[in-house]
Design a protein around this ligand. Structure first.
Ligand SMILES: C[S@@+](CC[C@H](N)C(=O)[O-])C[C@H]1O[C@@H](n2cnc3c(N)ncnc32)[C@H](O)[C@@H]1O
Length: 381
């Protein structure tokens, strides 16, 4: 998969920016959203979900069990991602051993997806929904929430850029941390041809992380402090939290699942507190400190923050940049989607102190693979 821009269709929560508008009839609206999600799943490498959602759209139109599951959600906006809520609830049934027939088709549960018969799972999926309506309808009330460990690839690269080969303690503050897994990025290993960075033996290995010239490695990262915020934090140490993180991954994407499992092992032994508050309130309590690089980073969360709150976030980032000195430096790193014509690009931006922001790299939505971008005036890499 290349870090090429993606079409502006709804993908995972926080991935390509939702673009659909409600159609005239609520049912047509839901069917359209499910069909769009099917296309996004095909583009983003989940043929199992693409095939299942095509069938869900037909089942909705025919008034089948999926229509019963989604009853009352017909007017939900595109951003509510009802299709992903349904898929997450059914995946949770699979992962908790409740629907063994369907598990036979889910690689995440040891099953097999047959590309020659992409919709082979449909009869078992339909039965799982029909037999577990209260469970599925409960999952439809929850916003899907993932925590993509692969995105640390970009955030670490931004940090290496700012550190520029110096060993320096980092005080890390993350906005929109979800389960806080990327607060553990100093324990992840990133690998690409000619590049390896992070502890050997880490349970999280981001392989084939870079295309073209990789970032310049530096001394090992030293996080003197790590803290995040999220209005709805997930506890990765609880059975319920871990199930939610696993269930919202797509079952035929084993690399993402392996990264998550590795990060859950790290989270079990390394504290990475995530405060239950929004980004602006959290940032009001952050100061620069002598002898350490203070970093605020975030990935794929900006679109969820109301405009007024984001304005307050920008004001706080500006305050920290103003307070930045050689002894108490500050940097802001972001891996966020940007509209570029009709497409959405996921780019890493870096701002060190009061310097102008620089777009340093771009990547696929989950952070792998990534590609460094040339600075203005530099030849392409
Ligand atoms: C798509 S998830 C991304 C999570 C994580 N940053 C990652 O890249 O995997 C977006 C996160 O933003 C959080 N969020 C929503 N509104 C927020 C706000 N006002 N301040 C901080 N985080 C917020 C959501 O709860 C969710 O966990």
């Amino acid at each position: 998969m290349s870090p090429a821009p993606t079409a502006a269709a709804p993908g995972e929560p926080g991935d390509p920016l939702p673009s659909a508008r409600p159609a005239a009839s609520p049912l047509v609206h839901t069917v359209t959203l499910v069909e769009q999600q099917a296309k996004a799943c095909a583009e983003l490498g989940s043929p199992l979900y693409a095939a299942l959602l095509d069938q869900v759209a037909l089942d909705l139109a025919a008034g089948g069990p999926c229509a019963a599951a989604l009853a009352g959600h017909e007017a939900d906006p595109a951003g509510a991602a009802v299709a992903l809520r349904l898929l997450g609830g059914v995946h949770a049934l699979v992962l908790t051993g409740r629907v063994p027939e369907l598990a036979l088709h889910y690689p995440s549960a040891g099953g097999r997806f047959d590309p020659a018969r992409p919709a082979a799972a449909w009869p078992a999926f339909r039965a799982a929904v029909a037999d577990n309506l209260p469970w599925v309808r409960d999952w439809l009330t929850r916003p899907p929430q993932t925590n993509e460990v692969g995105r640390a690839n970009l955030l670490v690269a931004g940090l290496l850029h700012v550190l520029a080969g110096r060993a320096r303690p980092v005080r890390l503050f993350e906005l929109g941390s979800s389960a806080g897994l990327n607060l553990l990025a100093d324990h992840f290993r990133c690998e690409a041809p000619g590049f390896a960075y992070g502890p050997a033996g880490s349970p999280v290995v981001l392989t084939d992380a870079w295309q073209g010239t990789p970032p310049t490695a530096a001394p090992p990262l030293e996080f003197a402090e790590r803290r995040g915020c999220d209005p709805a934090p997930i506890d990765p140490r609880s059975a319920e939290g871990a199930l939610a993180l696993r269930a919202y991954l797509w079952p035929d994407q084993p690399a993402r699942a392996a990264r998550l499992e590795g990060a859950l092992r790290l989270a079990a032994r390394i504290p990475a507190p995530v405060e239950a508050e929004g980004a602006a309130d959290f940032l009001r309590g952050v100061r620069v400190a002598d002898g350490a690089l203070t970093v605020v980073w975030h990935s794929v969360m900006r679109q969820y923050v109301p405009a007024a709150e984001w304005a307050a976030v920008e004001a706080e980032l500006e305050r920290l940049a103003e307070q930045s000195t050689a002894a108490a430096p500050f940097a802001h790193l972001a891996f966020e989607p940007r509209r570029d014509g009709g497409m959405v690009r996921f780019v890493l931006t870096v701002r060190a102190g009061r310097e102008p922001e620089r777009v340093l790299a771009e990547a696929a939505p989950h952070g792998l693979p990534a590609r460094l971008l040339p600075a203005a005036g530099e030849p392409g890499r």
